[in-house]
Design a protein around this ligand. Structure first.
Ligand code: BES
Ligand code: ZN
Length: 626
């Protein structure tokens, strides 16, 4: 059975006008079908999730009740949810009457369908517990935190992990409002990706926190963190959460949040989520950042001490429009989230820090893009398309490369160049307004672009369809070139040719230093490396981007002091973007590198998040060896 697409798209089906306002439309076109979810939203869909949960740090389990509001088409008898390893205790209707349910066959990537027979129910109540190895959850021991005295828990939903702790329809095109009560040990604080509703209520040794998201969001954006965390305000609608040991540094580094929000609003319209706070996680957080609404999750490796890595904040904040307001309907169109966000990020950086800084970052991203094309297998490789063809057999994570980010941003710059910034900015602002709180596909964006911005001739000149559906980097791609880099590149050349260390821009900006290091030839004599290390201390620098660039070079040269530096760096943080390429570098460096990789990974692996473990297991062949 199908609901007529138009009525569904309007969100009006079966809903009274009052209810319809909060129920987000779904897309029913074939390109919006999500092969990574078992849900059949045209038959029955979840519109609201109410969680009443407790976090058990002894057993590493979250347990409690999820109450789901279901919007079912006439005659629909069942609702299909996504489940990955949940222990279902029972399922009832609102009155407590048991409802029949079935957990289907388990797939390694997607988990299993959880089919509930509705018997007319509009609300279902699921009593359940997560598994101790739930993929979305990382339970940290006190030793893995900065403070060393309390455990920590955080969730990571994107792309398809939230089904391991929330029984719902885990597809980015099925938006849901939510509310949650979460009980935690009383010495800990729980934060979520929504607004706090009231003060925590404490009874005996537990406190219960309450949060709520009254705007429909994609379910991967429901997020939780629990730990010994404290808050420092940075302005009327912004602030920083972090462990007390990290809070002062974090609050300085990200102290300009108000300005970021204002700059973003100046570009593309009002910030619609109320608060914008940043939670700095313990160092095992596997990503740079995650755009959880109202509360960006961020790696502590972005704290350089000099605010030089704050483009990460610009990025996650930009997702408040691209990704969280207008959301990829399926993971095939991940670039609609990340490409738009990378473009927007760079515009925020330009507005706040000027063109010189923004251009350096854009130019570094260009280099990353070319490397990503190479990694994907060259310009003819399918995975270099913006629109991906992930079928159900592929983990969406495998398709999520820098291509979506950097080719995506280059595409939008190419459109901007064609039509001029004024026209482009006005269009993009209206695009976010017109599609707010809705899913989007590549085809939907291209249709919108052609009807609202581009003339047919302009669309043809740009080649918009080839940009989205063909591999490689189109010849008209706008490459932002930094005015600062020619001097840096010349310095790298001179140093490689034997020039003095005094010619090295070793005290320049983070972006120039990163550029300098990556421009050096991959083979350098030991004494040349040693001279750099002595002069600038890159082997021990606390700036993670510089340390990372340096270690790639140093490991490629078997530079002996890098062994201990690599071990320290790789055992003290678990950000996959840094960790994976360094292990790859070692694995590519013969017996010496292989042994070093295995030594270090043995020590580092227990501290890594599952997301990082899976990637590095593959790189090192860990599962085969152990
Ligand atoms: N949404 C992503 C993180 C993500 C991507 C999580 C795919 C799971 C699957 C986030 O916005 C992001 O892009 N983070 C970047 C940092 C950013 C500054 C480019 C990262 O983690 O490296
Ligand atoms: Zn992003």
């Amino acid at each position: 059975m199908r609901i007529p697409a138009l009525a569904t798209a309007l969100g009006l089906v079966l809903a009274s006008p009052a209810v319809a306002q909060t129920i987000a439309p779904i897309l029913t076109t074939p390109d919006a079908h999500d092969p990574h979810s078992y849900a059949r939203p045209a038959e029955a869909r979840v519109t609201h999730v109410a969680l009443d949960l407790a976090a058990d740090f002894d057993t590493h389990v979250i347990r409690g009740i999820a109450t789901l509001d279901i919007l079912a088409a006439p005659g629909a008898k069942q609702v299909v949810l996504d489940d990955n390893g949940l222990k279902i205790v029972n399922i009832t209707d609102a009155a407590g009457k048991p409802l029949p349910y079935l957990v289907g066959a388990v797939d390694k990537i997607h988990g299993a369908p959880l089919t509930v027979t509705l018997n007319g129910a509009k609300t279902i109540r699921i009593a359940y517990a997560s598994s101790p190895d739930a993929k979305a959850l990382q339970w940290l021991t006190p030793a893995q935190t900065a403070g060393k005295t309390q455990p920590f828990l955080f969730s990571q939903g994107e792309a398809i992990l939230n089904r391991s702790w929330i029984p719902t329809q885990d597809s980015p095109g099925i938006r849901q409002t939510w509310e949650a009560k979460i009980a935690v040990p009383k010495q800990l604080t729980a934060v979520m990706s929504g607004l706090a509703t009231g003060k925590p209520a404490c009874v005996a040794d537990r406190c219960t926190f309450q949060y709520k998201m009254d705007k429909p969001v994609a379910p991967y954006l429901i997020a939780l963190a629990v730990g010994d965390i404290a808050f420092k305000s940075t302005g009327p609608r912004t602030g920083i959460w972090a462990e007390p040991a990290t809070l002062p540094k974090a609050a300085y580094e990200f102290g300009e949040l108000e300005k970021f929000v204002a700059a973003a609003e100046g570009l593309y319209g009002p910030y619609r989520w109320g608060r914008y706070d940043v939670l700095v996680l313990p160092p095992s957080f596997p990503f740079g950042g995650m755009e959880n609404p109202t509360l960006t999750f961020a790696t502590p490796t972005a704290i350089a001490g000099d605010r030089s890595l704050v483009s990460l904040i610009a990025h996650e904040l930009a997702h408040s429009w691209s990704g969280n307001l207008v959301t990829n309907a399926t993971w095939d169109d991940f670039w609609l989230n990340e490409g738009f966000t990378s473009y927007f990020e760079n515009r925020i950086m330009e507005a706040l820090y000027g063109k010189r800084r923004a251009d350096m970052e854009a130019d570094l991203a260009w280099t990353d893009m070319l490397a990503a094309v190479k990694d994907a297998g060259g310009p003819a490789a399918k995975d270099t398309q913006l629109h991906l063809d992930l079928d159900a057999s592929r983990d969406p994570d495998d398709g999520m490369t820098q291509i979506a980010y950097d080719k995506g941003a280059a595409f939008l710059r190419t459109i901007e160049k064609q039509v001029g910034r004024a026209r482009w900015d006005a269009y993009l602002r209206s695009y976010f307004d017109r599609h707010a709180f809705q899913p989007q596909t590549s085809a939907g964006f291209l249709a919108d672009l052609k009807s609202k911005l581009l003339t047919p001739a302009e669309a043809k000149t740009i080649g918009v369809d080839a940009w989205v559906y063909s591999p490689g980097i189109p010849a008209n791609a706008v490459h932002v070139t930094s005015a600062a880099f020619p001097a840096v590149d010349a310095a790298a050349k001179a140093y490689a040719a034997g020039g003095p260390v005094s010619g090295v821009p070793g005290k320049a900006t983070t972006q120039e230093i990163t550029r300098f290091i990556t421009q050096l030839p991959r083979k350098l004599p030991t004494e040349r490396l040693k001279a750099l290390d002595t002069a600038f201390g890159w082997n021990t620098t606390g700036n993670a981007e510089i340390r990372f660039a340096w270690l790639q070079l140093a490991l490629a040269n078997h530079y002996a002091p890098a062994d201990a530096s690599a071990e320290q760096f790789l055992t003290s943080q678990g950000r996959r973007k840094f960790v994976a390429p360094l292990f790859q570098q070692m694995m590519d460096s013969g017996d010496w590198g292989h042994k070093l990789a295995m030594d270090i990974y043995g020590k580092a692996r227990p501290g890594y998040h599952a997301v990082t473990q899976v990637t590095v297991d593959r790189i090192t062949g860990w599962k085969l060896m152990n």
